[in-house]
Design a protein around this ligand. Structure first.
Ligand code: G3P
Ligand code: MG
Length: 249
């Protein structure tokens, strides 16, 4: 089974990490998995956004962990992408769980490392709230928790051990101590960057016994090559164009 994750939804058709994007990905025939980035505000509200700052994908600027939710609640998360997406807001995690239930989608919840001076407490709050809100997810749906941030993965292990964990890696930071890192996080899955990923590295990770997914893969030929190297899944911005690969053995 080859897994094709809708990376931030379907950002080739709608603004990343918005409900419009997750809906578009969920409506792709055969789609099963959404990937989303979770952040936390100063007043401990979970929101879905990739960056630590608002300015790339909203109509506001500022650091998410230093602002209250009420200050960013009305900002458009879609106008930058196109006028027709002007009404898109930063989704809450609750809305994501509801959408996953509506469309019967599995969730890869990427926990974003928390910036600012109150990071440890906010990190714990993030994991506790993700866990709490996931109680509303339909029973048959699958969840994968991932992060670049090892404290968040350790907290996830302690607070919600029932969900599988993936360690995120950039190739430049991938070192031969990866087994120790995986063991420390009690994780069985590596989600690694596509750029500069070699067949030798894929083989090394796979022969060590880990599941391996690669981000972000938008070219069909590259996706096919990775599958032939033994990769288990990919994250793509073009779920509609690559979903048929999930039919591979
Ligand atoms: O989870 C895969 C991928 O999303 C990790 O990187 O920066 O796109 O969140 P990023
Ligand atoms: Mg991500």
């Amino acid at each position: 089974m080859f897994t094709v994750f809708g990376h931030r939804g379907l950002p080739s058709k709608a603004p990343e990490n918005t409900l419009a994007s997750f809906k578009a990905a969920s409506e792709v025939e055969g789609a099963q998995w959404l990937e989303l980035d979770v952040g936390i505000t100063k007043d401990e509200q979970l929101i879905i956004i990739h960056d630590d700052y608002l300015e790339r994908t909203t109509t506001m600027s500022g650091e998410i962990t230093q602002l209250n939710y009420s200050e960013m609640e009305e900002t458009s998360a879609g106008l930058w992408y196109g006028a027709e997406f002007k009404e898109e807001r930063l989704p809450t995690f609750k809305q994501i769980v509801e959408l996953a239930n509506t469309y019967q989608m599995n969730l890869n919840v990427e926990l974003k490392g928390v910036t600012g001076p109150n990071g440890t407490a906010l990190s714990r709050s993030m994991v506790e709230q993700v866990h709490y809100q996931l109680q509303e997810l339909d029973e048959g749906l699958d969840v994968l928790i991932s992060s670049f941030n090892l404290p968040l993965l350790k907290m996830s292990e302690a607070i919600m051990p029932e969900y599988r964990r993936a360690v995120l890696y950039k190739n430049a930071y991938f070192k031969e101590d990866f087994r120790t890192v995986m063991d420390f996080c009690n994780a069985q899955i590596i989600n690694i960057q596509d750029a500069k990923l070699t067949e030798a590295r894929v083989k090394m990770i796979k022969s060590a016994g880990y599941e391996l997914n690669v981000w972000t893969v938008n070219k069909l030929t590259r996706a096919n090559q990775l599958a032939n190297w033994g990769v288990d899944g990919i994250f793509t911005d073009k779920l509609d164009q690559l979903i048929h690969l999930s039919q591979r053995d």
